[in-house]
Design a protein around this ligand. Structure first.
Ligand SMILES: [Zn+2]
Ligand SMILES: [Zn+2]
Ligand SMILES: [Zn+2]
Length: 81
């Protein structure tokens, strides 16, 4: 039982509620500025650089910034799969 508890605990911690999206500055347990309801409709996307954004925020960012760089570290942004 303890092992399952640990896994659940780790998953919860993988989203730090003190962390905010580097683009819209909303916490990750809230949705992006364009959405009204957090959750499946507004998923999060991790990059290989370990930065995390709302999917809507990073896709809008990459559309308007043709270099395709991460807004936080200015490295080419690649989604982690
Ligand atoms: Zn966002
Ligand atoms: Zn959204
Ligand atoms: Zn980054």
């Amino acid at each position: 039982m303890f092992r399952w508890h640990t896994v659940a605990f780790w998953e919860w911690n993988s989203i730090d509620s003190n962390e905010v999206c580097g683009i819209c500055q909303s916490p990750f347990d809230a949705c992006c500025a364009d959405c009204k309801i957090p959750g499946d409709q507004c998923p999060l996307l991790w990059g290989k650089c370990k930065h995390c954004f709302h999917l809507h925020c990073i896709s809008k960012w990459l559309e308007t910034n043709n270099e395709g760089i991460c807004p936080l570290d200015r490295q080419p942004f690649e989604a982690a799969t």
